[in-house]
Design a protein around this ligand. Structure first.
Ligand SMILES: [Zn+2]
Ligand SMILES: [Zn+2]
Length: 364
């Protein structure tokens, strides 16, 4: 079984032949059909998020269920599934309240091993970790069944794959987390895979003014395609001033930081109007801190919240997003600007980190 393994930080991924055990109780084996190339993988590759290696990376993917372990009830052999990178035990207080992203049911085992603490893939007899218990840069994945969700079979594989991370995170941040209302003004900071989905989430929600901001003109051109009514190149323009000019001098009703940096988080807070809502979406490096003015938060009754995975419930929202895609209410075709073979995976990360693609997807 071939999988792309990170053996050390700041090194390319290596496609290695690994041994894989079959699914145990409550687990499934999935043949991966497509997997997106995401900044979260890059954060592990460059050491932003220090995690134990070696690890099979990849967390945005879809495939076919080919084998069931005992006591699997949510999927059958042959089902088309999207992977969820968060567990969903269904029993903890967060799952019971519908906040499955915060599931606390498996906090006693590492997030890169199965629920019994053991690994399903090995290299020369030594355990290899799986990112988010899935590790989808892999011909086959054995993982907890609760981390796969059945979807309609007419959904293209590349679309199914990206629904599993960037689409869920970006669209979910708008329609599930912030619940943007029709006519609102929205600022989107960063127009990568997640930011472009925030833009199209804002269009889906009926936002009146959608302002997209990035450092690269090609990303801003993408943003206009996905529904941005105005764009700002933050390298050459005063973003704060432009946002205020476009919103009657007040600032935006909502600002989404799709990057997760010190300056971008601060900008999100500064750029919202009194009564506005700043939403932190992009996942920062573990060392990131930022300074904000508590005075403007108090006087302006500003709200700052974080959303992880778009605050979605995968078992509900993967299907919702698939239906919206098939009805052409969201645009995933234009989002997938490149596809790669599995062997081109490091080229995928090169193009991602140089800002040359909206979303690149590996097709197996
Ligand atoms: Zn991702
Ligand atoms: Zn739970």
């Amino acid at each position: 079984m071939r999988a792309a393994v990170l053996t050390a930080v700041n090194k390319p991924l290596e496609i290695l032949d690994l041994e894989q055990e079959g699914p145990k109780v409550g687990e499934v084996r999935v043949e991966v059909k497509a997997a997106g190339v995401c900044m979260s993988d890059w954060h592990i590759m460059n050491g932003d998020w220090p995690l134990p290696l070696p690890m099979v990376l990849g967390h945005e993917a879809a495939g076919v269920v080919v084998e069931l372990g005992p006591e699997v009830h949510n999927v059958r052999k042959g089902d088309h599934v999207i992977f969820s990178f968060r567990p969903h035990c269904g029993r903890c207080s967060y799952c019971s309240k519908g906040r499955t992203v915060l599931c606390s049911g498996h906090n006693d085992t590492p997030r890169w091993r199965m629920h019994d603490g053991s690994a399903r893939v090995t290299l020369n007899g030594e355990p290899v970790n799986q990112m988010a218990r899935i590790g989808t840069f892999s011909e086959h994945v054995v993982c907890p069944a609760e981390q796969v969700v059945k979807v309609r079979e007419d959904l293209p594989w590349t679309h199914a794959a990206i629904i599993g991370c960037s689409v869920a995170t970006g669209v979910g941040a708008v329609v599930r987390h912030a619940e943007v209302e029709a006519g609102a003004s929205v600022l989107v900071i960063g127009c990568g895979g997640v930011g472009l989905n925030v833009v199209q989430g804002a269009r889906l929600a009926g936002a009146g003014t959608i302002i997209a901001c990035d450092l690269l003109d090609n990303k801003l051109a993408y943003a206009r395609e996905f529904g941005a009514t105005h764009t700002i190149n933050a390298k050459t323009e005063d973003t704060l001033k432009r946002v205020r000019d476009l919103t009657g001098g007040f600032g935006a009703d909502y600002a989404f930081d799709a990057i997760g940096g010190e300056a971008t988080a601060k900008l999100a807070v500064d750029a919202i109007a009194p009564g506005g809502h700043a939403v932190l979406v992009g996942i920062p490096a573990a060392s990131t801190t930022t300074s904000i003015s508590p005075l403007q938060i108090v006087y302006g009754e500003k709200k700052i919240t974080g959303t992880y995975y778009g605050s979605i419930r995968p078992t509900v929202d993967f299907g919702v997003l698939a239906d919206l895609d098939m009805a052409k209410r969201i645009n995933l075709d234009s989002l997938i600007s490149r596809t790669y073979t599995f062997d081109e995976i490091n080229e995928g990360f090169r193009l991602l980190t140089s800002g040359q693609v909206a979303r690149g997807v590996i097709v197996f």
